[in-house]
Design a protein around this ligand. Structure first.
Ligand code: 13P
Length: 342
């Protein structure tokens, strides 16, 4: 593995007009998603759903990479081609979620720490063998009364950097994901203050633990009003506050920032990204790594029925295409209707 391989992969993942599909739902999370369409989650149904997404015609025009889950990277498509191989063959970089989930942080009621560092070096080597070229680790920060604590912020930042260093050592591009949850009644100013503090801690740890900033991507939340806040910030305000936060905390050496959607509506996730790109150029590529905001319409159209496979693929394609437009700051709400009519 040459040193340039990591840099090339990071840059390919944020190539103009493209972004990442997060399809790395753990078994518990995909079960929750399937429950919303009244479908039982089995190894077969999970495989059929991922197969539908990964074989969507033409989607490689807008999707640069896919984050897989441990079970999925070991599964194969109908013709026996392993999913990682199938994606790579279409020019889509396969990646893998490597954390083991967020658990209660000891002596910190209401706060979480992400686990999965033990044995990580060995697991990374295996994932690389299986075809993965990048990884993801998600830390979760909750906003509430007197939280997050500095203790929670720094333990998560430390774990993120340990993961990122191990990932680069293994020849895999780390996607560092410190997610500040937007649940609650907090104002956009509070979201800004917490997100900024978290990103500052994360880059301090990345620096101290010798992580090459050129060979990683950051996956942050956007700065939003709490979902239950009485007043919701406008698209312009979200774009401005999020950019202010990134400009103050993310070194220009980082090639790209790939937002999570975090429970925003599909349309808003696309609109916010577009508004930020319209204010460019920026020192880094501003892209997406959406789970729900890319998959929701496809999941709803599919409902577990093979007969709906093509309709579901069309829905996924359109969502990917609109987010591709947002990469150039060219998305408009009118494009939704065109997509719906097609
Ligand atoms: P959402 O876009 O649904 O927030 O998921 C992205 C992700 O990968 C969270 O870890």
């Amino acid at each position: 593995m040459s040193h340039h391989e990591l840099r090339d992969t990071a840059e390919a993942l944020v190539a103009p007009g493209k972004g990442i599909l997060a399809a790395d739902e753990s078994t518990g999370t995909i079960e929750k998603r399937f429950r919303s369409i009244d479908l039982e989650s089995t190894e077969e149904s999970r495989k059929a759903y991922r197969d539908l997404l990964f074989t969507t015609d033409g989607v490689e025009e807008f999707i640069s990479g896919v984050i897989l889950y441990d079970e999925t990277i070991r599964q194969s498509s109908g013709d026996g081609t392993r999913f990682a191989e199938l994606l790579a063959g279409r020019g889509i970089v396969p990646g893998i979620k490597v954390d083991k989930g967020a658990k209660q942080l000891a002596l910190a009621p209401g706060e979480k720490i992400t686990e999965g560092l033990d044995g990580l070096r060995e697991r990374l080597a295996e994932y690389r063998e299986l075809g993965a070229r990048f990884t993801k680790w998600r830390a979760v920060i909750t906003i509430g009364e007197r939280i997050p604590s500095e203790y929670c912020i720094w333990t998560n930042a430390h774990a993120l950097a340990r993961y990122a260093a191990l990932s680069q050592e293994a020849g895999l591009v780390p996607i560092v994901e410190p997610e500040v949850l937007m649940d609650g009644e907090h104002t956009i100013e509070t979201a800004y203050r917490v997100t900024s503090r978290v990103q500052n801690a994360v880059f301090t740890e990345l620096h101290d633990q010798r992580v090459e900033l050129e060979d990683m991507l950051l996956k942050p939340n956007m700065v939003l009003s709490g979902y239950d806040a009485a007043e919701q910030a406008s698209v312009d305000e979200v774009a401005e506050q999020t950019l202010r936060c990134l400009y103050r905390n993310v070194p220009a050496a980082v090639p790209g920032i790939v937002f999570l959607s975090g429970g925003q509506s599909d349309e808003l996730a696309t609109e916010h990204l577009s508004a930020m790109n319209a204010r460019g150029p920026h020192p880094w590529q501003l892209s997406f790594s959406y789970g729900r905001a890319l998959q929701a319409p496809a999941l709803k159209a599919w409902r577990g029925d093979t007969g709906n496979r093509e309709t579901a693929q069309r829905a996924f394609y359109h969502r990917a295409k609109l987010n591709g437009a947002a990469r150039y700051g060219e998305y408009t709400r009118e494009m939704e209707d065109v997509a719906a009519a097609a």
